[in-house]
Design a protein around this ligand. Structure first.
Ligand SMILES: [Zn+2]
Length: 77
């Protein structure tokens, strides 16, 4: 996989965010499902929460990348 040394730009254009107005984190989309949901454990923890897929560029100014290794591996903007 990717090397840990360098901070890398996210390699996806679409990300998943909770519909909650309090959500401030974007997740990598889970490619194993038709429904938009995060690749990390947040999906299981928030089953009742609805997720939507949005473009990363639209979220970048005001949201953080999920630090879960299944999403963006602990990197911050
Ligand atoms: Zn995540």
């Amino acid at each position: 996989m990717s090397r840990a040394a360098a901070v890398q730009e996210p390699d996806v254009e679409q990300v998943v965010v909770s519909r909650s107005q309090y959500a401030d984190t974007v997740h990598r989309p889970d490619t194993g499902t038709d429904d938009p949901r995060p690749a990390c454990a947040q999906a299981g923890a928030d089953k009742r929460r609805e997720w939507r897929e949005v473009s990363l560029a639209s979220q970048r100014p005001h949201r953080s990348l999920c630090r879960n290794p299944a999403c963006f591996g602990g990197e911050w903007w």
